[in-house]
Design a protein around this ligand. Structure first.
Ligand code: BG6
Length: 488
């Protein structure tokens, strides 16, 4: 009855008992931070894609405190679509016709009164907070006291806090006005096709389950490598670092999907219940199981302190104390200015119990004999199974081959379109929940802002050499290679 117990536990949290929002589609999109970077780079192109797919037929209300008017916002959208490389005139005209704009200080109740007027005739708005987390509380309270939160949903962006304490404060602020099932926390990795495929592949097949455990899996590695640096976001990155930027969220979400037990259905509550159980079993990270690095040249970036101790690279070992995974190391590695841009999972299976084929002694020996599953999550979508196959000829000798189960080139529909659509539909599956986010912060909290100096590594390398120590029991890191036609 463990599953039943967990489901009951989740259902009785104060944030969930109030019942589900009616599963009706939102009928207006309110975009806070409409003049900002996120709207420009990600949200406006997603809106155009949704219009083109016939999925956005509702008022779009831009909010900002920029002293702008509606025409300026329209021009900003046009510029954003051009910048994204695709301006569809008809779609742009449609967005323009649906667009409204409210300018004002979020601290002023009048701003929210003007929003209320702009929402005349709207029954279920979706408020998208594309604003810094420091403003969440003010905006949420403004929405609540003006009546704009009635039947509404709210989308909040990453970063969701900077540690466990601040994440709790943010959750409290959101829950003071919105029920948990009306809150949609974005982790764009959950909107990626390859990441969704992880869960699908695991639970739509029967052959994995018997071996997906400590009896058969030797270790699991996840590398999130980026060839580029901080892309001019030095001052943002200084307050974040690799652990907060991608480990606490994107990478732990991937771990959860890889390691969770099967949900009882594809209902979002069932999925979240199993993920939460897994998050709870993740052990807090230990400084001794972590190597932090910083690429040479980072301190010369604009907005970066010349004695910065912020990590642009992290390699670590994570332990998950469940019946299924106890003793199986999860090795995670993320970094900027690495040799390639690729996110990849390698699940290495244990070796066969005996080496029967005596002639078959390739270099690398034991590791080469192990089978694996490889999931390329970015930029391509690849699922591959590694096996030994006999080489043709007299000798009982073989080679490592990969059976490619799926291979799609990069260029998947950008996750923002999918995420926005999900939030408008009230589908929580692709979003993170309050308790899971807090659990993820609990895991990384002990290794945030460590005083030990970061290790400097050369741009274009695989990080500090000592990161190999983390993974020595598994025979070294698996470095993602270019797939055919993978750009660096
Ligand atoms: C973002 C981080 O959340 O994820 C970036 O802030 C990182 O630093 C990005 O580059 C990685 O996402 P993707 O989709 O490009 O792999």
């Amino acid at each position: 009855m463990a599953k039943g117990q967990v489901l009951r536990k989740v259902a009785t949290t104060p944030t969930a008992i109030a019942g589900k929002n009616p599963p009706l589609r939102s009928d207006a999109l309110v975009l806070f931070g409409a003049t900002g970077d996120l709207a420009y780079k990600k949200i406006f192109p997603a809106l155009q894609a949704m219009v083109l797919a016939g999925e956005l037929d509702m008022p779009v209300i831009g909010m900002a405190r920029a002293g702008w008017d509606l025409d300026q916002l329209r021009e900003r959208i046009r510029a954003s679509l051009k910048h994204a490389g695709h301006l569809d005139q008809a779609a742009f005209s449609k967005i323009s016709a649906q667009l409204r704009y409210v300018d004002g200080d979020y601290n002023e109740p009048e701003t929210f009164q003007r929003l209320k007027q702009a929402l005349d005739g709207v029954h279920r708005p979706l408020h998208y907070l594309a604003i810094p987390p420091s403003l969440f509380d003010t905006v949420v309270k403004g929405l609540g006291s003006s009546g704009c939160a009635t039947n509404a949903r709210v989308v909040v962006e990453k970063p969701f806090g900077r540690d466990l304490a601040s994440a709790r404060t943010l959750n409290k602020a959101l829950h003071s006005v919105f029920k948990e099932d009306a809150v949609f926390r974005i982790d764009h990795y959950l909107g990626k096709e390859a990441v969704r495929n992880l869960m699908y592949f695991r639970f739509a097949n029967s052959f994995l389950e018997p071996i997906w455990n400590r009896d058969h899996v030797h270790n699991i590695q996840i590398t999130l490598a980026e060839h580029f640096g901080v892309k001019g976001r030095g001052s943002f990155y200084e307050g974040v670092g690799a652990i907060r930027d991608v480990v606490q969220n994107h990478m732990l979400e991937v771990v959860a999907l890889l390691a969770m037990d099967a949900p009882v259905s594809d209902d979002s509550q069932a999925i979240h219940a199993e993920k939460l159980r897994l998050f709870r079993a993740m052990q807090p990270l230990q400084p001794a199981n972590l190597v932090r690095g910083q690429f040479k040249g980072y301190r010369d970036e604009a907005g970066v302190a010349n004695d910065s101790n912020v990590e642009t690279f992290a390699a670590l070992k994570l332990e998950i104390n469940t019946w299924r995974w106890a003793g199986v190391p999860f090795y995670l590695r993320a970094g900027k200015r690495l040799p390639i841009t690729a996110t990849e999972v390698l699940v290495t299976l244990k070796s066969p119990p005996l080496a029967i084929f005596k002639q078959d002694q390739p270099e690398g020996m034991q590791l080469a004999h192990r089978n694996h599953f490889r999931f390329r999550l970015n930029p391509e979508v690849v699922i591959a199974a590694g096996a030994r196959i006999k080489r043709s000829g007299e000798a009982m000798q073989g080679d490592d081959v990969e059976l490619i189960a799926s291979h799609q080139q990069a260029g998947d529909a950008p996750p923002y379109e999918r995420l926005l659509g999900g939030a408008l539909d009230g589908d929580e599956t692709l979003f993170t929940h309050a308790e899971a986010v807090e659990e993820a912060w609990r895991v990384v909290d002990p290794v945030l802002d460590l005083p030990a100096p970061v290790k400097i590594y050369a741009a274009g390398s695989w990080g500090p050499e000592t990161s190999a120590d983390i993974v020595s029991a598994a025979g070294g890191w698996h470095d993602p290679k270019p797939e055919r036609s993978t750009p660096c």
